[in-house]
Design a protein around this ligand. Structure first.
Ligand code: CA
Length: 298
C-alpha cells in the first residue's frame, strides 16, 4: 500500500507537490507561465487532475536487480536503491537472478559473487550476453582473484563486504551519469571514427575494431579506451582516467584502472610486452599507442 502510494505520488508533476509556502512565495505563478496551456480540445478535468491520464514521465524510473542470498542485506540494498528512485527487483539465487535480468531489463545489477544455484561470476557472464547494464559485484573476500575474475566477465565495479549501502548507491548514481551504450545501435555512414593503426574507435556507435574485426568491450572498458583516444599524445594518470571515465567525484580504487586496461589490452590482441595500443608509462600511467606503426606494419 505504502509503495503504491509512493509510486502514485511520484507520478504527480512537481507543480502539484509545491508546498503552500512555495505558492505564497509566488513560485507557482512562475511555474504556470513556464508551462504551456493545455490544448483547448481536452475535456475539462472531472475532479482533481487524475494521475492515470498523465502521459508517462519523460524519464522512467531506472531499474535495478539485486541478487544477494542474504535476505537482510538484499532488503537493505534494495531499500536504499528504492529510496533513490529505482524500480528494484530482488532475487536470492543465481538462476532467478538471471531470469530477472532478462525480464526486468535493469540499468544496474548488484550481484553477489557467492550465490546458490549459479555463482555471481556465471550470472555476470550470461547477463553480458543480453544486457549492457552496469554490474557491481559484491564479494565477501577482498582477494584479488575474485576481483579479476569478476571484472573479466564484464563487471564494472565491486564492493567488499561489509560495505556502506550509502556508498553503493552513490556509486550507482555516478555510473548512471556516464553515457549509455547503444545496444545494437549502428552508426550513420560518415560519422567520425578514430583510427590508430589497425585500431578503429567509433565513439558514436561505441564500437571498436582491430584490423576490421569487431572487439567486444564492456562499457567501462570502452570509456577508458575512449578517454585515452580523446587525447592520444597525453599520458594519463590513473586518477585522470578515473575522472575521464567515471567523473571527478568517483572514489574508485586506482587499481581498477589497471585491471580494466589489462582486459582491454588482451581484447585488442596485445600483451604486456607488445603494447601497440595501450602503453604503460612507468611511474605515471597510460597513453594510447600509435597502433601498428610502432611495430613497423601490421
Ligand atoms: Ca552470498
Amino acid at each position: 500500500m505504502r509503495a503504491a502510494a509512493a509510486r502514485k505520488r511520484s507520478c504527480l508533476p512537481w507543480r502539484f507537490r509545491l508546498s503552500g509556502a512555495a505558492r505564497m512565495m509566488g513560485l507557482l505563478s512562475t511555474a504556470m507561465t513556464s508551462f504551456p496551456t493545455p490544448p483547448a480540445h481536452l475535456p475539462p478535468p472531472a475532479h482533481s487532475p487524475p494521475p492515470a491520464h498523465l502521459p508517462p514521465p519523460a524519464h522512467p524510473a531506472p531499474r535495478a536487480v539485486v541478487i544477494e542470498d542474504e535476505p537482510a542485506l538484499a532488503a537493505l540494498v534494495a531499500s536504499y536503491l528504492t529510496r533513490d528512485g529505482f524500480d528494484v527487483r530482488r532475487e536470492l539465487d543465481g538462476p532467478s537472478g538471471l531470469a530477472a535480468i532478462t525480464e526486468h531489463r535493469p540499468d544496474v545489477i548488484v550481484l553477489d559473487v557467492a550465490l546458490p544455484g549459479m555463482d555471481g561470476i556465471e550470472v555476470a557472464r550470461r547477463a553480458r550476453i543480453v544486457t549492457d547494464a552496469y554490474i557491481i559485484m559484491l564479494t565477501a573476500r577482498a582477494e584479488e582473484a575474485d576481483v579479476l575474475i569478476g571484472l573479466s566477465v564484464g563487471a564494472d565495479d565491486y564492493m567488499t563486504k561489509p560495505f556502506s549501502p550509502r556508498e553503493l548507491t552513490a556509486r550507482v548514481r555516478t555510473l548512471l551519469r556516464r553515457p549509455r551504450a547503444v545496444i545494437g545501435g549502428g552508426t550513420m555512414p560518415g560519422e567520425p571514427t578514430m583510427t590508430f593503426g589497425s585500431l578503429t574507435i567509433d565513439a558514436a556507435g561505441r564500437e571498436v575494431a582491430v584490423a576490421g574485426r569487431q572487439v567486444e568491450l564492456t562499457r567501462t572498458e570502452f570509456d577508458l579506451l575512449a578517454a585515452l583516444a580523446s587525447a592520444p599524445r597525453r599520458v594519463f594518470t590513473r586518477r585522470a582516467l578515473i575522472e575521464a571515465a567515471w567523473g571527478a567525484d568517483w572514489a574508485a580504487d586506482e587499481h581498477l584502472v589497471d585491471v580494466h586496461l589489462l582486459h582491454v589490452r588482451r581484447k585488442l590482441g596485445d600483451t604486456a610486452s607488445e603494447q601497440r595500443f595501450i602503453r604503460t608509462v612507468r611511474g605515471v600511467g597510460y597513453r594510447l599507442g600509435t597502433g601498428d606503426s610502432a611495430d613497423g606494419g601490421g
